[in-house]
Write a protein that binds this ligand. Structure first.
Ligand code: ADP
Length: 166
């Protein structure tokens, strides 16, 4: 049986931390679905789900067909059943992630005991990298090029320079 895992998140936008987790997970699972969670009703994201998916595909173009990228809304455990994945991957950074991630893992197990949550840590280089901070710094003109893939860097520069013009 192929071991298939879903790496779910907002990925608004994807960072080097997320990419590091995805590549590490390829050493453990046969197939990874990077799944962009979005809420069509109240999505306050900077990038649309389609833009996020496109950027992730570009950033992971070298990984071949073991990685697929998709968007979903609704319950993650139901999505896992739909794509026949038996594992959820989540990344853990500092202690601050732990409480929320632990609660979510327990809730997901309650909702669907067939799906197991796996926590992974990225390289220490990206321990403090967070999409929220990357957006904030980029919006103020700071250089985030080392923290995001080139496709995301271009999109951030474009998005925030367009904002300045208007
Ligand atoms: P969410 O919006 O659900 O927090 P994110 O898109 O921020 O999701 O991130 C998806 C997952 O990746 C989460 O489990 C998050 O903790 C993890 N993650 C985010 N950034 C990093 C990083 N730099 N290193 C390791 N894990 C990370």
């Amino acid at each position: 049986m192929k071991r298939k895992a879903v790496y779910a998140g907002s990925f608004d936008p994807i960072t080097m931390g997320h990419l590091d987790i995805t590549r590490r997970a390829l050493g453990i699972f046969d197939e990874i679905v990077v799944a962009v969670a979005h809420n069509p009703e109240k999505d306050s994201a900077l990038f649309s789900a389609a833009e996020r998916v496109d950027m992730i595909r570009t950033a992971l173009a070298d990984t071949g067909d073991r990685v697929t990228v998709d968007a979903f809304s609704g319950l993650l455990v139901e999505y896992c059943d739909r794509v026949r994945a038996t594992a959820i991957i989540r990344g853990l950074r500092a202690v601050s992630d732990f409480e929320y991630e632990f609660q979510m893992a327990m809730m997901n197990r309650h909702l669907n005991p067939r799906v197991e949550t796996y926590f992974m840590t990225a390289s220490e280089t990206y321990f403090y990298t967070a999409s929220r901070l990357v957006k904030e710094v980029a919006s103020l003109g700071g250089d985030v090029s080392a923290l995001v893939p080139p496709v995301v860097h271009r999109a951030l520069v474009e998005r925030f320079s367009a904002g300045k013009r208007s």
